[in-house]
Design a binder for this molecule. Sequence first.
Ligand SMILES: NC(=O)c1ccc[n+]([C@@H]2O[C@H](COP(=O)([O-])OP(=O)(O)OC[C@H]3O[C@@H](n4cnc5c(N)ncnc54)[C@H](OP(=O)(O)O)[C@@H]3O)[C@@H](O)[C@H]2O)c1
Length: 257
Amino acid sequence: MMAAAADRAPRVAWVTGAGKGIGRALAKRLADEGWTVAVSARTENDLKSLVAESPSGRIHAFPLDITNAGQAMVTVDVIENRLGSLSLVILNAGTHIPMSAEAFSAATMRKLVDVNLMGTVHCLDSVMHRFIERKAGHIAVVASLAGYRGLPTSAAYGATKAGLINMCEALKPELAVHDVRLTLINPGFVETPLTEKNDFPMPFLIPVDAAVEYIMQGLNGNAFEIAFPRRFAWLMKFLRILPDSLFFAITRRMLRT
Ligand SMILES: NC(=O)c1ccc[n+]([C@@H]2O[C@H](COP(=O)([O-])OP(=O)(O)OC[C@H]3O[C@@H](n4cnc5c(N)ncnc54)[C@H](OP(=O)(O)O)[C@@H]3O)[C@@H](O)[C@H]2O)c1
């Protein structure tokens, strides 16, 4: 009886950066699969249109700027009071600003650290302790294949994503002790408003729905990392084991293309 009641309880997920791109498509997919979904981003109109596009009525908007730690804490409180305890959190919000050596600036670095790294940390801080206390919950952090090794013009973006990857590797076994699951999501190039701005060739670029498919399959499986598309992920993993001389020969060529 208890198990049947638990099965019927609504599963509540929170997706950050859900106004556009990967987060938006993922929120829709989760709602289609029966999840009650809390969605956050700064642009309220994006969230409103997402809620309006969801015929199931399962998507609920909670505007948030993840760079504001206090606001992140309050948002999680409000979500759980309105929708019930979260069981899945997808920390996806992030942004990209290319930064060449000539344009290197502390301001750009700080902006990306504030959003991609510290913004994700604020959201993590606001849910992780609840999950540890409950001995339940699944957290997924969206980093990037660009976090594997330093790539030209990605000194700032790559550093934030490498930071997320390292942080997740550190936390994974500690959270497992408390029965909290942590998944790392490392996408390659995905067609979203973020990549629309890129003026360089994007190898293995995939539509957003294909990215959502990889993510959903991964979330339902047991692996720590969801890296996609697979061939590009393997190529990027190979770069990690290349000796520096070969690796820099490749990245110098990337500068000339
Ligand atoms: N697209 C790719 O090829 C790719 C590849 C690897 C990794 N990723 C990662 O995947 C994630 C999603 O990327 P995407 O391509 O879907 O990006 P996107 O289309 O630009 O969407 C990003 C979302 O994050 C939100 N966001 C940005 N700054 C925020 C802030 N300070 N507070 C709250 N929300 C914020 C944006 O909404 P507002 O601006 O309204 O806040 C938007 O809804 C990012 O972490 C990105 O780094 C993407």
